[in-house]
Design a binder for this molecule. Structure first.
Ligand SMILES: [Zn+2]
Length: 278
């Protein structure tokens, strides 16, 4: 069995990877470390102590509700089916620690910290902590789900960091889809005050491993304990993804030939100009 990974190991890794003081879109699996002393707290503290800002997805799919009667949108990745409960859905509260379990331990830990900042998007909120957190998160809107990434792409100090996870967990690739000219799917969701609203959401990410060879040239990898870290400069990463989607739109399609979300996204996303309610 390998030695446990410690706080000092993580700090050393951040320094050797050139990530000190950076703004980082972080996607992580703590299990990848084998034994990590102190768990999520160790990782988050190491990044904060080295001046970093962490930006993580803190999604809450359970706040989704059905759209208003008669609302439809073609090519919206849903075939017009919205089997959601209106009455019993808990509304989204950005001050609460509510989060999908699948988001992992680090986003859940960040939500427990007083200094964190969280967007008020009821399905796909992002949270951040660190010196740039407020500015990055303020850019998120109901119909601007990837506003935080739009801030990050203007910064040369922004990075994507994957700790022990692959590209199927890399939310910024959905932003790459948007940058390629695709329109994002629309859903409806409930806020804590009971208000129901239309929001943008990401699509299926099960096929995103197809980008592995594409981003190889801008990727740096390091080994931290048992964990492999993959590091990409943010803007080149998004630009590369968007360019490849334009060349080969089907690259984002997952292995399920019947995936409705992948089908509609490959076609360019919802037909907003043809919508019946505007
Ligand atoms: Zn799919």
């Amino acid at each position: 069995m390998n030695m446990p990974t410690t706080y000092a190991d993580v700090v050393r890794a951040i320094e050797s990877a050139g990530l000190v003081d950076r703004v980082i879109a972080l996607h992580s699996s703590l299990k990848s470390f084998g034994h990590l002393e102190g768990g999520a707290e160790t990782v988050v503290r190491a990044f904060l102590d080295t001046g970093c800002t962490l930006v993580v997805p803190t999604f809450t799919y359970g706040c989704q509700v059905s759209p208003p009667p008669g609302w439809t949108l073609a090519q919206n990745g849903d075939e017009g089916r919205h089997p959601f409960d209106m009455e019993h859905v808990t509304g989204f509260d950005s001050a609460s620690p509510m989060i999908e379990r699948s988001m992992g331990a680090v986003p859940a830990y960040i939500l427990s910290l007083r200094a964190r900042v969280r967007g008020d998007h009821p399905l796909n909120s992002f949270a951040a902590i660190g010196p740039q957190a407020a500015e990055i998160i303020a850019a998120q809107g109901m119909l601007n789900v990837y506003g935080p990434y739009k801030k990050m792409i203007t910064r040369s100090d922004a990075y994507v960091l994957l700790i022990g996870v692959g590209l199927t967990r890399t939310t910024p690739i959905h932003f790459g889809e948007e940058q390629s000219g695709r329109r994002l799917f629309r859903r409806w969701a409930k806020q804590a005050d009971g208000k129901v609203m239309e929001v943008e959401v990401g699509s299926c990410s099960d096929g995103f491993n197809h980008f592995d060879p594409v981003v190889n040239g801008i990727e740096k990898t390091i080994q931290v304990g048992d964990s492999q870290w993959r590091i990409f400069p943010f803007k080149p990463f998004i630009d590369t993804i968007a360019a490849v989607i334009n060349q080969t739109p089907t690259i984002t399609h997952c292995d399920d030939p019947d995936c409705i979300r992948c089908r509609d996204m490959v076609l360019g996303g919802p037909l907003l100009s043809a919508r019946n309610n505007s």
